[in-house]
Design a protein around this ligand. Structure first.
Ligand SMILES: [Zn+2]
Length: 78
């Protein structure tokens, strides 16, 4: 239903919208500045079951994807 130019009532995407607001990165991975609102961009997309947040920071120009990892294997610098 469209009322006064605004969608009202419950929608099938409401749960996704709540999850996005709760889980979206709020800070830049490079410089730590906030990236919410006009300070950056956070867009969510999916690859199969994986949620991916594509982020951009206005402060330092960094752009990249952020996603949850079940396990990470790395090497310690010697
Ligand atoms: Zn940054």
């Amino acid at each position: 239903m469209v009322e006064a130019g605004r969608l009202t009532g419950l929608h099938w995407w409401d749960d996704d919208a709540r999850r996005h607001r709760a889980d979206a990165p709020r800070f830049c991975c490079r410089c730590g500045a906030g990236i919410e609102g006009p300070a950056g961009v956070v867009v969510e997309y999916w690859t199969a079951e994986q949620r991916v947040f594509h982020c951009w920071c206005r402060g330092c120009g960094w752009a990249g994807d952020v996603c949850r990892a079940e396990r990470i294997v790395g090497y310690e610098a010697v």
